[in-house]
Design a protein around this ligand. Structure first.
Ligand code: SF4
Ligand code: SF4
Length: 385
């Protein structure tokens, strides 16, 4: 039995429990919590105002039925699940949030925000969706400054450029450490498995770089010991799989389970619930830290952007680093932007990299598990030939 990388009272429990305990500790120390729904939420600003950000995106099938009493059934399960938790007053992260930040990303999220706007102080940021246009960076910097005024007014706190700069450095330090952890998934064979990666990433979405540092240092120490002892995650010669696409967690982790049950190993998680938020750094030491943040956030390769060519160049980098034998694109049902973009992604993966590619459209139910298993087994069989 291999030693757990994060060894605490929450080991073996759902990762949400560890994050919730962290938030409760922060609250006891006087911090206030801000719920966010997207990788574009400028968490450095939130931290600079003395607040703690936490993701409210939900991944459970348990609240879909309640949500469908209000929302259309043919809507992304992430939006339905998140809304269903709020309807049922069952989301502990929403409960501890003192305000909520949204962004104008996809239509479903935008309209869902309108339905929950009366529950907590809410601010929706106007996200430019043509990131390569020259005015995009000014517009996004202006939106971040507007958010700053909202937070300062709701929480009666102020911030300064120095505090924002400190938060930028904290984020960069966290990203650097996490990328060192990801390096162990890039080894052949990998010495870290996806549930362990997922545990670390789940906590990272809420914890500051400074709070996470001792945990990640311990993780890195254990990984190095594993490497030196010749430990390998997964069966010998297992096909290496990179998973890209929509954020996944909770009930949609079925995709990752099935890949590993079918004999593959997941070496890269290219999504907002995976490695994507830590793929780039914010420039430090500039005269305008808000603009530096805006520049970094506009580099996030989300399908709500057009064109989203960065998705392909980022995939090139990940394929070069993690050397997958196949790419699986996970698209949540009714997520049109990721679904349509999958055409370009699939062509790029096959034509430029010569790798097998599989698009999986799924939701949070277990209905498609049998068919998904058959398709993934066929994909991995192709890798073995
Ligand atoms: S996939 Fe896009 S819309 Fe969804 S969380 Fe990431 S950046 Fe936001
Ligand atoms: S997965 Fe797609 S449809 Fe769902 S919230 Fe994210 S961008 Fe919107």
């Amino acid at each position: 039995m291999v030693e757990p990388l994060i060894d605490d009272e929450y080991t073996g429990e759902p990762p949400a429990k560890r994050l919730l305990a962290y938030l409760q500790t922060q609250r006891e120390r006087g911090a206030r919590i801000v719920g966010i729904y997207c990788g574009y939420a400028p968490v450095e600003l939130i931290r600079a105002v003395g607040l703690v950000p936490v993701s409210l995106c939900a991944f459970s099938n348990a609240t879909i039925e309640a949500a469908e009493a209000v929302l259309p059934a043919n809507l992304c399960p992430l939006i339905k699940s998140s809304y269903g938790f709020i309807m049922k007053d069952a989301c502990p992260f929403f409960a501890v949030s003192d305000a909520v930040i949204g962004e104008t990303t996809c239509d479903g999220k935008k309209k869902m925000f309108e339905l929950i706007a009366d529950r907590k102080p809410m601010h929706v940021m106007d996200l430019p969706q043509l990131p390569d246009e020259p005015e995009a960076i000014d517009d996004w910097a202006a939106a971040i400054r507007k958010l700053s005024r909202f937070l300062e007014s709701v929480f009666e706190r102020t911030t300064t450029d120095d505090r924002i700069e400190a938060a930028i450095r904290d984020t960069n330090a966290k990203s650097r450490r996490l990328n060192e952890v990801f390096d162990y998934a890039a080894l052949n064979p990998p010495v870290i498995g996806w549930p362990e990666l997922y545990d670390a990433l789940f906590l990272a979405q809420g914890a500051s770089g400074a709070d996470l540092a001792p945990i990640l240092d311990g993780v890195l120490e254990k990984l190095e010991k594993r490497r030196q002892a010749g430990y390998a995650h997964g069966p010998k010669g297992a096909p290496r799989v990179m998973v890209t696409g929509c954020p996944i967690g909770g009930d949609s982790l079925k995709v990752l389970h099935i890949i590993e049950e079918a004999g593959g190993v997941i070496v890269a998680l290219d999504s907002c619930s995976g490695m994507k938020p830590y793929a780039a750094f914010i420039e430090e030491g500039t005269s305008d830290p808000v603009r530096a943040m805006a520049a970094r956030y506009l580099k996030i390769p989300c399908s709500c952007m057009t064109p989203n060519n960065r998705r392909l160049t980022e995939m090139d980098r990940l394929i070069e680093k993690f050397k997958p034998d196949a790419v699986v694109d996970v698209v949540l049902q009714a997520c049109h932007s990721y679904s349509i973009e999958s055409i370009k992604v699939g062509r790029h993966v096959q034509d430029t990299h010569g790798l097998p590619f599989l698009k999986i459209i799924t939701d949070y139910s277990q209905n498609d598990v049998g068919q998904m298993r058959t398709r993934i087994e066929a994909l991995l069989e192709m890798c073995r030939q």
